[in-house]
Write a protein that binds this ligand. Structure first.
Ligand SMILES: *[C@@H]1O[C@H](CO)[C@@H](O)[C@H](O)[C@H]1NC(C)=O
Ligand SMILES: *[C@@H]1O[C@H](CO)[C@@H](O)[C@H](O)[C@H]1NC(C)=O
Ligand SMILES: *[C@@H]1O[C@H](CO)[C@@H](O)[C@H](O)[C@H]1NC(C)=O
Ligand SMILES: *[C@@H]1O[C@H](CO)[C@@H](O)[C@H](O)[C@H]1NC(C)=O
Ligand SMILES: *[C@@H]1O[C@H](CO)[C@@H](O)[C@H](O)[C@H]1NC(C)=O
Ligand SMILES: *[C@@H]1O[C@H](CO)[C@@H](O)[C@H](O)[C@H]1NC(C)=O
Ligand SMILES: *[C@@H]1O[C@H](CO)[C@@H](O)[C@H](O)[C@H]1NC(C)=O
Length: 441
């Protein structure tokens, strides 16, 4: 009996304390839930509850119902609400509302176009196009870099530096080395609107730096101190890269309390990627030869590489979609084909996910660049009549190669909703969509 009374007593004391400290409790409970029930969203129900009205009991009930083993219906908490609430989290507020968008893609997946959607945001965005290019280039010259884990760490550290506006980690990989922090060799500087603004555009020197001029104007070599200052003055940062291989390798970056990172993984139909690479890269000559032979050696390194890429991308997406604790609400999967079909809507979705207001400039850019025809001869051009362009590959890739891709990338295609075709007729029949409706949450 005594024990019973003391339990009741303890409960009463606890409730009184909870009543007073309900704020703290709700914060602590977040942590408990996060630790014990990683498949549930820790924030929405508690943050939504009106604790004054509901009282500590319902708070406790809610807390208990969320612990492992409890059954409940949590399907009704909308993502939109949760996105807003993320900004109120204490653990992540040292970025002062600054958002860091990392666009993860592969070559020929439409990443230039999607990156541009962020680049065009306007004066509050600092965007970098493929800064890891420098790392990859320098390390493939040296011997030490063949370690996947070590390489991932370098990529991560360079990205972290750039998100914090620190160009030092990147600077070590720029070749030739910058002199007095000034370089004419920053890869695709002209793809970054913020690196072509007045503050960072030094006077152009004729001929010498012709190659590195900005699209909108001519600028001299880049002063990295100025680039860093420009970066610091921008509210939001975005980086596009095709070089990160394993989503898990980004965990320390995502958990860095100085950053508020949002990852957008972009995928595309692997048959389209192959078709596009065959058109753009000379290293894909072999595929063309195989297509003519009608014979593809399945154990060839190239085919294995294709399979490896498909598996890697799929496994990263599996990690992201499984919503591990460190990635909750920080991961979004986007299919290029959906962006091509609904560019405005998808752009809005991505901005909403990123927590960045969609700007009139970005809207204008999308309107202009999804309705004009493609500029011929510019392989990297993001100007395209997007929906039509996204399907062109169906008429350029030999069916033999389609069959190979379908064989080695089947799990990838199933996961992302790319329809397998059994014959060439279907492949080139435009009224047959190869895209299954999918929502990725
Ligand atoms: C909590 O609920 C009470 C009663 O319904 C209401 O008056 C109050 O405005 C609510 N507070 C918040 C923060 O929603
Ligand atoms: C959960 O709630 C949703 C929306 O209210 C409803 O459609 C669904 O059937 C419920 N599921 C369960 C298991 O109660
Ligand atoms: C789910 O949300 C809708 C709209 O907000 C609401 O009308 C409905 O009652 C909710 N269902 C549950 C089970 O909470
Ligand atoms: C978050 O913001 C609150 C209030 O603005 C502040 O007290 C707290 O120290 C901040 N947390 C971090 C980690 O910066
Ligand atoms: C690769 O990196 C990991 C972790 O940094 C290390 O444990 C391992 O020894 C490295 N392997 C080689 C061959 O350098
Ligand atoms: C680069 O910019 C900084 C900041 O304005 C300036 O102090 C420095 O002299 C510049 N470097 C060169 C080589 O012009
Ligand atoms: C293309 O597919 C549609 C829809 O299945 C079908 O009706 C049509 O006959 C097909 N066209 C050709 C040329 O096979």
């Amino acid at each position: 009996m005594k024990t019973k009374y003391s339990i009741v007593f303890i409960c009463i004391v606890a409730l009184v304390i909870i009543e007073k400290e309900s704020n703290i409790i709700s914060r602590v409970s977040d942590k408990i839930i996060q630790r014990h029930a990683p498949t549930l969203d820790p924030h929405s129900p508690l943050d939504n509850s009106n604790t004054t009205q509901n009282g500590p009991l319902s708070l406790l009930k809610m807390l208990l119902s969320k612990l492992p083993g409890a059954k409940g219906n949590y399907s009704n908490f909308s993502d939109e609400q949760e996105d807003d609430e993320l900004d109120d989290l204490g653990a992540y507020n040292s970025s002062r509302g600054r958002k860091h968008v990392l666009l993860l893609a592969r070559t020929r997946t439409g990443s230039s176009f999607v990156g541009e959607i962020f680049n065009q945001h306007g004066e509050n965005m600092f965007y970098l196009y493929e800064p890891l290019w420098h790392v990859a280039r320098m390390l493939s010259l040296g011997e030490e870099a063949n370690n996947g884990t070590a390489l991932s760490r370098i990529y991560r550290d360079v990205l972290r530096g750039l998100f914090l506006c620190d160009f030092n980690p990147l600077e070590k990989f720029i070749s030739p080395p910058p002199e007095e922090r000034v370089t004419a060799a920053l890869f695709r500087r002209e793809s970054s609107l913020s690196l072509c603004e007045d503050q960072v555009c030094s006077p152009f020197v004729k001929d010498v730096y012709e190659k590195y001029r900005c699209k909108i104007r001519r600028c001299g070599p880049l002063n990295l101190t100025l680039a860093s200052e420009s970066c610091l003055s921008k509210q939001h940062h975005a980086i596009k890269t095709v070089r990160v291989r394993h989503l898990e390798s980004l965990q320390p970056l995502v958990e860095d309390p100085r950053l508020d990172v949002r990852l957008i993984q972009l995928v595309r139909d692997p048959r389209a990627i192959l078709a596009s690479r065959m058109a753009a890269f000379s290293t894909y000559e072999m595929w063309k030869a195989w297509a003519q032979d009608g014979q593809v050696p399945e154990d060839d390194e190239e085919v294995k590489k294709l399979k490896g890429n498909c598996d890697q991308i799929r496994m990263s997406a599996e990690v992201g979609l499984s919503q591990p604790h460190w990635l909750r609400k920080r991961y979004m999967l986007v299919r290029y084909e959906d962006i091509a079909l609904y560019p405005m809507q998808k752009a809005e979705d991505m901005y909403r996910f990123a927590g960045i207001p969609f700007s009139p400039q970005a809207r204008d850019w999308i309107l202009r660049n999804t309705q004009t025809t493609q500029e011929e001869g510019d392989e990297y051009s993001t100007r395209k009549k997007s929906s039509e362009h996204a399907e062109k590959w169906r008429f350029s890739i030999p069916f033999t190669l389609v069959q190979v891709v379908q064989r080695v990338c089947e799990p990838y295609m199933k996961m992302f909703g790319y329809r397998i075709v059994d014959d060439e007729k279907t492949l080139i029949n435009k009224s047959m969509s190869l895209l299954e409706d999918r929502l990725f949450h």
